[in-house]
Structure formats: C-alpha cells, structure tokens
Design a protein around this ligand. Structure first.
Ligand SMILES: [Zn+2]
Ligand SMILES: [Zn+2]
Length: 237
C-alpha cells in the first residue's frame, strides 16, 4: 500500500476566466509539481479538453481523470468524473447539448477555447459555460453519471454560490460518491457521505491547494473508487 494524492476539481482554459496559461499541458505539469498522483480536469459543462489532458498527464507520469462540473437544473454544481477521456467527451457533448444557451459576451468573459496536445486552439464554444443550467436535476444526474461508469460528487457544498447547501439549504438523499467541502464541516452537515477536498483551481497556481489522500496499491481510478466507497480518504484543506 502507498499513499496517493488526488486533486479532483481543476479547470482549464476552456472555463471562462481561464486563459492559455491554464492549458491542459500546463495543468498536468503543475499538478505533477504540486505532488498530485491523480488529477481530474473538470471544466464547466464540457469535456472538450479531455483528450489533450490525457496525453499531457501521461507525459508527466500522473494519472488523468476526466470530469465535468455540471450545472444542474437547480443551479447546483456537481462533479461527474470518468476514467476514460472518450467517455467524458461523449458525456460532455450531451451535457453541453442540454445546457441553456445564454447570450455570451466574449469581451467580459474571455474566449472558451479547447486545444489539442500541442496547445493549438481547436475551436471555441458558443454557449456561455458558467451561466445558465442544464435540464438535468440533481436526482437525474446521479443515475445518469453511474450509467456511464462515473463518480458523482456535489461540488463545494458549503459555498453560497452554486453549492448544494447555499442553493437548496439542505443535503438531498443522494447517493453520492463523496461531497466536496471547502473547509471542515460538522458531520451533521455532511451526513453519511465521504468528505473530499479539491482545489477548484481556475489558475494553475491553485492546483493542489486543497486535495485528498488515499491509500491504495496504485494511483488508479479503481483504487480511488474503492477508497471513496470505504470512506477511507483524507481531505487536506
Ligand atoms: Zn463550481
Ligand atoms: Zn469549479
């Protein structure tokens, strides 16, 4: 057994307010430097940077995970995290399709670009990824995620903006593979769920500032799932 570190919530240049300093390659490089063994790219409502992140992490020798920070119908942010870039890509295309289309002013929000492994821009996305919501409710999203083999983790539950507690005032029944908190919370608040910490970095400097540790035989998605299921992870705030 060994100890592994994971940051399960990182944004790239595809999230508005990120720029090319947050390319998938830069994210992978900094995650490695910050001591992470696994890193999940979780842009808002898309996974178009998953293939570039896959290559970048393999070059750095860390395990890539591929997520989406989905905005549910209730305007709650929830992470869905997959072991394969292609699964995440397909899931991301469906989520983007289901995202309401708000008018989008690139002057104020910046471009939402997706890139290839050489950091060349492949395209931009038209819908504003951080405003609006998908038509999936929290109750829909859990089964939707599990059908695709993913982990389902409500994000920053204690944050006023887009956190479950802020939006709903209570934690729904779940089930969840974990709940992400930005600080230690009383167990009456987090219920029976495994508490995780992750950076929610929108800039590479923030990667790993919060993360989790788990014991396993390999820095793999399966070992992470096992540790989450056993409630055997240590959030580092
Ligand atoms: Zn969020
Ligand atoms: Zn986020």
């Amino acid at each position: 057994m060994a100890v592994f570190r994971a940051d399960l919530h990182i944004h790239s240049c595809l999230s508005p307010c990120g720029d090319l300093s947050s390319s998938p390659r830069a994210v992978a490089r900094v995650a490695k430097r910050a001591g992470m063994d696994l890193a999940a790219l979780t842009d808002h409502n898309t996974a178009r940077n998953a293939p570039a992140f896959d290559t970048a992490c393999r070059n750095e020798g860390i395990t890539p995970l591929f997520g989406i920070e989905v905005t549910t119908w209730e305007e709650v942010h929830a992470l869905v995290i997959f072991p394969s870039a292609s699964t995440a890509w397909n899931a991301g295309e469906e989520i983007y399709e289901r995202l309401s289309s708000d008018s989008f002013d690139a002057e104020s929000f910046g471009d939402q670009v997706w890139v290839n492994e050489h950091e060349e821009i492949e395209g931009t996305l038209e819908k504003l990824l951080i405003l609006g919501a998908t038509d999936l409710s929290l109750d829909d999203l859990g089964p939707w995620c599990r059908q695709r083999g993913g982990l389902f983790i409500p994000a920053h539950i204690d944050r006023t903006a887009f956190g479950i507690l802020g939006q709903l005032g209570f934690l729904p029944e779940g089930p969840f593979d974990g709940v992400e908190c930005t600080k230690p919370l009383p167990v009456e608040t987090t219920g029976p769920w495994t508490v995780i910490a992750s950076s929610d970095a929108h800039h590479p400097d923030h990667i790993g500032r919060r993360h989790l540790e788990f014991d396993g035989s390999a820095p793999s998605f399966d070992d992470l799932c096992y540790a989450l299921g056993a409630g055997d992870v240590r959030p580092v705030f």
